[in-house]
Design a protein. Sequence first.
Length: 155
Amino acid sequence: MVRTAARSDDGETRDGGPARTPAALARLRDRAAASLPDRLRRVRAGGGLAVQAGLAAGLAWWVADNLLHIPQPLFAPISAVVALAASVGQRIRRTVELIVGVSVGVLIGDALIYLVGTGVWQLGLIVVLSIVVSVLLGGGPSVMVQAGATAVLIG
């Protein structure tokens, strides 16, 4: 025996689920069409940031690969995109803070991994020292967070 759900006049089933009727699909299509201009406006507004992020990622990869000779420079483009995205509105100051935080995290992380290896306690030590060094350098909360997060990725 096949059970079917009874539908109310508004196209809903008694159990609250949507009815798959042409009217429900038409409402969905109308709602999507109404929001399309808004979506396109948002894409145009964010297009500049998207292009900047793409260029920054490519340039960061090139610098890390060709100038610094890092074997797998995946972290450089990620940092570039994060710095750009997080710095919208306060571009120069926020970008400098994020670059300082990333640099501290990478330097402390690489140095300690070289000296003491990897593991649970080493990861904790890398994060603590990265944050302490960023505070000693006069960094604010965003520098400390970026240094700690970068240290986790390195460790």
